[in-house]
Design a protein around this ligand. Structure first.
Ligand code: F6R
Length: 609
């Protein structure tokens, strides 16, 4: 998730672009750049790191013009570096891009054969060359962009500018948001409305397939066929802070809602459906190292550790591969019996967690191949591991991890498919079937999110309680741990997650009418056992909040509240279930007036032991 801004008017574009990027920095901050049309020449400036590095560099010169585009990057393809920073240029054309171009390798090879030279490792640079080529064939800038996007597969928001057409900015969208804005004497484009608010509240949201045309006199759009298309003008009444959160009251809620997209982005371009296989060309360790791993280890901390536990159930059940899962701080000191040829998966949103990093280094020293599954491109773990599988969830701002967790599980699904197919444990048909199940997940998550009001009413009933217990079996046991962790960190309510079968070995002593118990009971093979545990709780007068599969009505009479999730495989129901628990925790925290995005004592990156 990157930030895009474009300006064309009469003021100094450099100032407007930098101001806009400052407001977009929450969308990505590993590098930033602008392109300004100065005296008919395109001038491009990029810097790695926070925006202030670019600002410092620009103080040394007078970059002045009245049209330009800018970008703040959240890397997906290619580490954060000046070469990979946007804008990307081809001859007299510059572009910026948010999203992922799935077929960029094929396009790149074709363009290289045609003599185009690539300067970056990004998927974006192909767009610049395609646009330049299309203009060289005699098209106008909007028509050239239209022809260009017809060659792209994936998701994108693109903005472009050409030295030979100084009075127009162009924009295209498919799957990533893009908004155009118009003031009295200038026009704008941006990834979201945040940077436009100081200048205008009169905006127009592009729809998928649209090409936006932005001039000093106005904003218009054409559709996929090149015909003018009308899009409603919207008057925005958000303040700047609300706009940054996309109108959501908290980043956490926004990030929960981003999960369908994050799941798609993590899957995007990483499977070959016809063969029923994962395509993990971006993980750089030899493929047979994963297939023939002696032992698979997973290390992580906190929420990421819960994703690791999900991975254990998944690998063992789906591909019959034994897995050991460790907490980073334990693994690094426990003399784990790692052998040469083992594979260690290090899961981390930030890629900077000291304990996971320590564990990873120790495993490497002992001869394991290390693959990190991280969200932050270019992070320390990504740099130090033998291979990286990025989760592509976009920046997670809220301290409590949500979309990174589901992204990690999707990455583990892909790894399981990759290993399962490689070891012939999964047939092609089974691989395709598995992909079908994974591709259905965004819709299932969307469905849970749409029924948020039900979770809010559960939250209203119980938010004043002091203790919660979460119970689950099988793959839903780590989801119970995660549900409890989410609740405790953002509501300050004491909450414990337990394997449902363990309750009778101790925690049952705590159960009374003041202890709400969240029971995770989707209809799987362990359902009858979980229901027995639910009964044990109910007979001790605890209020029961049950999560089960759609179509199940057996729990209606037993539980105080029932929330249903789409009826899917147990191995996959972990994801919609998690999203429901995130929403429940979120509402309880918000009802208790907790600063949900910045709970006390916590930090987003834990870089100390
Ligand atoms: C909980 C949470 C933490 C992190 C943990 C590891 O919501 O965010 O438990 O999961 O600190 O962080 P990463 O994933 O960055 O290694």
């Amino acid at each position: 998730m990157c930030g895009i801004i474009g300006y064309i008017g009469h003021a100094n574009a450099t100032d407007v672009l930098i101001d806009g990027l400052r407001r977009l920095e929450y969308r990505g901050y590993d590098s930033a750049g602008i392109a300004v049309l100065q005296h008919g020449r395109l001038e491009v400036r990029q810097r790695v790191g926070k925006l202030r590095n670019l600002e410092e560099a620009l103080k040394q010169e007078d970059l002045v013009g009245t049209a330009g585009i800018g970008h703040t990057r959240w890397a997906t393809h290619g580490r954060p570096s000046e070469d990979n920073a946007h804008p990307h240029r081809s001859g007299n054309v510059v572009i910026v891009h948010n999203g992922i171009i799935e077929n960029y390798l094929v396009l790149k090879q074709r363009l290289e054969c045609d003599g185009y030279h690539f300067e970056s490792e990004t998927d974006t640079e192909v767009i610049a060359h395609l646009l330049a080529r299309s203009m060289a064939e005699g098209r106008s800038l909007p028509q050239a962009l239209l022809a260009t996007v017809q060659e792209l597969r994936g998701s994108y928001a693109i903005a472009g500018l050409c030295g030979s057409d100084p009075d127009t900015l162009v924009a295209a969208r498919s799957g990533c948001s893009l908004v155009l804005g118009q003031s009295q004497d200038a026009s704008f484009l941006a990834s979201d409305v945040t940077p436009l608010l100081p200048y205008t509240r009169n905006v127009m949201f592009l729809e998928d397939g649209d090409i936006g045309i932005v001039t000093r006199h106005g904003i218009t759009a054409i559709d996929r066929e090149g015909r003018p298309v009308f899009r409603d003008r919207v008057a925005i009444d958000w303040n700047a802070e609300e706009a940054e959160r996309g109108g959501y009251p908290h980043f956490m809620l926004k990030e929960i809602h981003e999960q369908p997209q994050a799941i798609l982005d993590t899957l995007r371009g990483r499977y070959r459906y016809d063969e029923g296989e994962a395509d993990l060309g971006d993980v750089t360790i030899p493929p047979d190292a994963l297939m023939n791993a002696g032992q698979i280890w997973i290390v992580a901390c906190g929420t990421s550790w819960h994703a690791g536990l999900v991975g254990k159930y998944l690998f063992e059940e789906l591909i019959r591969k034994p897995v050991q899962v460790d907490i980073g701080s334990e693994f690094r000191y426990r003399k784990a019996m790692v052998r040469k040829g083992d594979v260690l998966l290090a899961l981390s949103q930030s890629g900077e967690t000291a304990d996971t990093l320590g564990a990873m280094r120790e495993a490497k020293r002992l001869g394991a191949y290390v693959v990190s599954v991280v969200n932050v491109v270019g992070s320390t773990m990504a740099r130090e591991s033998d291979g990286v599988l990025y989760t592509r969830c976009g920046p997670e701002i809220s301290v409590a991890s949500t979309k990174a967790f589901t992204g990690q599980i999707i990455a583990l699904y892909l790894l399981a498919l990759h290993i399962g197919r490689g070891r012939n444990v999964l047939s092609r048909d089974k691989g395709q079937w598995w992909l079908d199940q994974c591709l259905a997940l965004p819709g299932q998550v969307e469905h849970v999110i749409k029924r948020d009001a039900e979770l809010l009413s559960v939250a209203k009933r119980f938010y004043q309680k002091d203790n919660f217990l979460y119970l689950g079996r099988g793959i839903h046991y780590p989801i119970a741990l995660e549900g409890a962790l989410k609740l405790k960190e953002i509501s300050y309510i004491h909450a414990e997650g337990y394997a449902a079968g363990e309750m009778k070995h101790g925690p049952i002593a705590l159960i009374d009418e003041n202890m709400p118990v969240v029971v995770l009971a989707p209809r799987d093979r362990l359902y009858p056992k979980t229901v027995s545990n639910l009964m044990e709780v109910k007979t001790r007068n605890a209020p029961v909040i049950a999560f089960t599969s759609e179509g199940d009505h057996d729990l209606d009479a037993l539980a105080d509240c029932v929330f249903t999730i789409p009826d899917t495989l147990a191995l996959l129901s972990a994801i919609p279930l998690t999203v429901a628990l995130q929403l429940l925790a979120y509402h309880i925290g918000a009802l208790r007036n907790i600063d949900v995005d910045r709970p006390r004592n916590l930090a987003k990156s834990v870089t100390v032991e």
